[in-house]
Write a protein that binds this ligand. Structure first.
Ligand code: KG4
Ligand code: ZN
Length: 348
């Protein structure tokens, strides 16, 4: 076991297109959280451009940190540990956060705590929860991941399913591009679906084998593409606004159906006491509604990540870092960034 934290923990997140920093107190209270999104830079390209993301992190990392300390009314000397996302993500982006964290750890002479980005999304479901109901069946659905986990404790989990092609958020982004809504697609589809008829079009629900906990979203996306452009992909008809709304609502319903069906399957398989959902797609209103209904139907507890912690942020990094710190997890100044999660966060 490590020593209890006797000051602030700084969290740094830069795995994709958000530069983020957060300062948490020893008991987990958030003193400040700053997220600088790069969406405006990537919108014109219809997706995140890794090279641009990395450069933008370099530009914004120090101002984001300064703003975080200012908002927290804290000094750098108040920091007792630094938690940083080191995997998985865009390598150039991750390296900016990891290098910054290492430089600060060296300058302030405080320990470095390595954090896995997906584990931080899992943690986000339980942030501030006094008594998590465990084991939990947890879905992490974002732009880069769609995975199912058995959560044994806030720092221990086992992956039992993942996408074999597109991530759920990626499917939202691609379908939004197909129907001409822009980027990022998730929030736009969520909004358009509100006035749409989710039963008008029946897009496929790919459940794979009967006992499978894996996901596949490329079929749903292709089906929307054929619907809009015809089987030969040459149709250039313009969808009127109501049809766009109906396509969005029908597509969203198909994705949410698959996500909740598999989550229910996982909960049953592991004898879960609760359901948990995190990651960018967890901001989706229809998904939140369906998971809430599912938990009530099955008599299970519910841990939905707070909306502000669904998309990338550093509160979840500092929060998980704080628990790992207490367990004695540390990294040296030779900490490396990994685009893919090679291994769970280094053991104490
Ligand atoms: O967790 P996140 O910020 O980044 C990754 O780790 O990937 O997730 C971003 C993803 C994007 O694909 C975005 O379209 C999706 O989350 N997203 C949503 C919603 N808000 C964000 N998807 C569906 N409905 C939403 N309301
Ligand atoms: Zn993420």
């Amino acid at each position: 076991m490590g020593l209890p934290l006797d000051g602030l923990i700084l969290g740094i997140e830069s795995s994709c297109d958000e530069t983020a920093a957060a300062l948490l107190e020893a008991d987990g209270t958030v003193r400040a959280s700053v997220v600088r999104s790069q969406i405006d830079l990537h919108t014109v390209f219809g997706g995140v451009v890794p090279e641009i993301a990395g450069r933008s992190h370099v530009e914004h990392m120090v101002p984001v940190l300064e703003e975080c300390f200012e908002r927290a009314r804290a000094q750098k000397s108040d920091v007792r540990a630094i938690a940083v996302t080191c995997q998985p993500g865009l390598i150039g982006s991750l390296l900016v956060g990891v290098s910054t964290a290492k430089a600060l750890a060296l300058a302030l002479d405080v320990p470095l705590v390595p954090v896995d980005h997906v584990a931080a999304h899992i943690y986000s479901c339980f942030h501030g929860v006094a008594e998590p109901q465990l084991p939990a069946a947890c879905l992490v659905a974002s732009g880069g991941h769609s995975s199912l986990f058995a959560v044994e404790s806030l720092t221990r989990h086992t992956k039992l399913g993942e996408t074999i092609d597109d991530a759920a958020g990626e499917a939202f982004d691609k379908v939004a591009a197909i129907v001409g809504l822009g980027y990022p697609g998730g929030p736009l589809i969520d909004r358009m679906a509100e006035g749409g008829d989710r039963k008008r079009f029946r897009f496929p629900r790919s459940l794979l084998a009967r006992d499978s906990l894996d996901f596949s979203f490329s079929g749903i996306k292709t089906s929307v593409l054929y619907h809009c452009r015809g089987q030969n992909l040459r149709d250039r008809r313009t969808l009127d606004e109501q049809e766009v709304r109906d396509v969005c609502a029908s597509f969203q319903d198909a994705v949410v159906d698959v996500l909740t069906t598999k989550l229910a399957r996982l909960a049953e398989r592991i004898g879960a006491r609760s359901l948990a959902v995190g990651g960018g797609v967890a901001a989706n209103r229809r998904l939140r509604e369906r998971v809430t209904e599912l938990a009530a139907e099955k008599g299970l507890g519910l841990h939905l990540a707070p909306r502000e912690l669904t998309t990338d942020n550093a509160v979840m990094v500092a929060g998980l870092g704080r628990l790992l710190f207490a367990e004695g997890v540390r990294a040296g100044l030779d900490l490396d960034a990994h685009a893919r999660a090679l291994a769970p966060a280094p053991a104490p």
